[in-house]
Design a protein around this ligand. Sequence first.
Ligand code: DX5
Ligand code: ZN
Length: 215
Amino acid sequence: MVLICPSMLSADPTRLGDELTAVEAAGADCIHWDIMDGNFVEAITFGAHVVAAHRKISKLRFDAHLMVENPDRNIEKFVKAGADSIIVHPETTKHLHRTLSNIKTFGKLAGVALNPATSISCLDYCSDIVDIVLVMSVNPGCSGQKFIDSQLDKILALRKILPKTTEICVDGGINDITAKLCIQRGANSLVTGSFLFKSANTPTDYAEVIRKLRG
Ligand code: DX5
Ligand code: ZN
């Protein structure tokens, strides 16, 4: 089954808790937290305390997508906040293997996020400790961008080289059309931001959109 992971970045910021409860009731599999530090990307979003507060009201898997420089400084904070996976960008750490190993020492899922221009070759000697590969189908920094078609070939290439158990999640510009294209190429997890939160309001609406995305 394809996992659907709503990104809280597109939720109504004045009602984050209610939005999370609504997408959980609508059948979401995982909550995607876009953590931005105003450095690796321009925007600043959620701190660990925000994730921790929502941990108390949800049983879903929490993914922390760290778009921050020096992610090692933040791993333990987000683990303590209740993240079940920590996803890092290879450009942000001098020692990717060490960073991933560090995540694993906390017993959490380790993820690598690949920017649109980042090659899959950075996984060559660490894929054995990677649980999630996050294919960025937009450049990181904000929601509501257009899906970059060239990333479809990347999904296909990853599916060929990665063990079946490695999750391939696609993040950015996912809608009912792009979701299908990603799933056809082997993605088994999709982040949904604006398509979900801007096109729906109630748990029933959300459930309908989630069903559409799952294909
Ligand atoms: C972009 C983030 C995405 C984004 C997805 O930097 O990593 O998770 O919120 O939003 P949509 O689905 O609107 O592209
Ligand atoms: Zn993300």
